[in-house]
Design a protein around this ligand. Structure first.
Ligand code: NAI
Length: 418
């Protein structure tokens, strides 16, 4: 029976997920730990509007549980030591160096966690992959734990997270399903059951799916690939609509009423952003390539190619509509985060569109109620070839949407309307 949980990584997944587990399971102590001391200090802030992650309803849950059975700290070793179950919820970005650069998932943070758990643990632990990982990562984690540990038993489970940012709390409270993958051994089944029992505190057991560990790992990449594919499919057709007089909103409505297709994820847009879709599809493409499955890899890569095209096309349309002269003109950008109801700007389409317009020397006023000025400039610095000074000369971040729009030549709506 799981009584004490440690979650390594207090980010967009670790924070909300553990807050909901603590909220729904008052008898379990949940320690969320992170190397980032500022992030932990923000989670412990007395001002609940200053939590490091914005999600509707999250502040209320943290208020109800923090200090009761939910704790945030930088003391990773102590939390590992005390826990029966350890969730690994650290970031798994796309590799920016070496073999697989630009495609494979960078697993260095995962490996570090496994090594730290192995070094510290002196009692048996269930180790749970919460991060999104390439299929067969559990094998590597199990090897590290076994070969570098103190002789205690580790059982590795895969329990991918399906929450969407912006609706994380309600997704966690009422998940379509919880997926738990584990070894098909007696010890594996026992560990699976222990984790099922945690979720069963609030999730109907028929919605808790159990599989082998590889199916679970691959299902998460597959789910993101399918969702992103729908976005790219509808965006591809939006371009065809613009040339034929068809209206993409009408086409979406017409096909979405077909119960085999369904209405969700059919809205044409400037393309998907966020930390997951692109990185997870690139990872899937890399895995397929590494097994020599060229056609499979090419098939999924097209989803990314279409998304990049849509972002560039959106900016190019603005420039074309203004007779190709945007230099010195004022633009408003409403929304900087990658979607509404989040402060996460990772891979936001707004950054790419802004960058393209800045290349044309446009002046841009950015408004986003959840994103700080420093974040906007850090995002631009990371992406662009301009100096910080050039970015600061051309971009103003404002706290009033009317100020952003006043006297602007065009308004780019970079968030969901309605
Ligand atoms: P994040 O970057 O917000 O949080 C990760 C945290 O882990 C950071 O605060 C970092 O300081 C910490 N960390 C890294 N190495 C550490 C170590 N060795 N010890 C202690 N802390 C460490 O990332 P996010 O968005 O929470 O994603 C985590 C994982 O969950 C990724 O694999 C992602 O693909 C997956 N995921 C993300 C979703 C999302 O909507 N953001 C949804 C579903 C899955």
């Amino acid at each position: 029976m799981i009584k004490n949980i440690c979650c390594i990584g207090a980010g967009y997944v670790g924070g909300p997920t553990m807050a909901v587990i603590a909220n729904k399971s008052p008898e379990i102590k949940v320690h969320v730990v992170d190397l980032n001391a500022q992030r932990i200090a923000d989670w412990n802030s007395d001002d609940f509007s200053k939590l490091p992650i914005y999600e509707p309803g999250l502040d209320e849950i943290v208020k109800a549980t923090r200090g009761r059975n939910l704790f945030f700290s930088t003391n990773v070793d102590q939390a590992i030591q005390q826990a029966d179950a350890i969730f690994i919820s650290v970031n798994t970005p796309t590799k920016t160096y070496g073999v697989g650069k630009g495609m494979a998932a960078d697993l260095k943070y995962i490996e570090l966690c496994a090594r730290q758990i192995a070094a510290v643990a002196t009692t048996d632990k269930i180790v749970i992959e919460k991060s999104t990982l390439p299929v067969r990562t559990a094998e590597a984690i199990q090897n590290i734990l076994k070969n570098t540990g103190n002789g205690v038993n580790f059982e590795v489970l895969s329990n991918p997270e399906f929450l969407a940012e912006g609706t994380a709390v309600s997704d966690l409270m009422n998940p379509d399903r919880v997926l738990i993958g584990g070894n098909e051994t007696v010890a594996g089944k026992k560990a699976i059951q222990a984790l099922v029992d945690v979720y069963a505190n609030w999730v109907p057991t028929e919605n808790i799916l159990t599989t082998n560990v590889w199916s679970s790992e691959l299902s998460k990449l597959t789910a993101n690939a399918f969702l992103a594919q729908r976005v790219s499919s509808v965006n591809a057709l939006s371009e065809l609509c613009e040339h034929t007089g068809a209206d993409i909103n009408e086409v979406s409505r017409a096909i979405g009423t077909d119960s085999r297709i369904g209405p969700k994820f059919l809205k044409a847009s400037v393309g998907f952003g966020g930390s997951c879709f692109q990185k997870d599809i690139l990872n899937l493409v890399y895995i397929a390539k590494s097994y020599g499955l060229t056609e499979v890899a090419d098939y999924w890569e097209q989803v990314i190619i279409m998304n990049d095209h849509q972002k560039r096309r959106f900016a190019a349309n603005i420039v074309k509509t203004l007779y190709n002269t945007v230099s010195g003109r004022d633009f408003a950008m409403l929304g900087w985060a990658f979607k509404k109801d989040t402060n996460d700007t990772r891979e936001s389409a707004a950054i790419y569109v802004c960058d393209e317009l800045l290349n044309e020397r446009a002046n841009i006023r950015v408004y986003d109620p959840k994103v700080s000025k420093s974040k906007v400039f850090t995002d631009l610095e990371y992406l662009s070839t301009r100096s910080n000074q050039e970015n600061e000369d051309l971009v103003t971040v404002v706290t009033d949407p009317y100020k952003a729009c006043k006297n602007s030549h065009a308004i780019a709506v970079m968030t969901r309307v309605g």
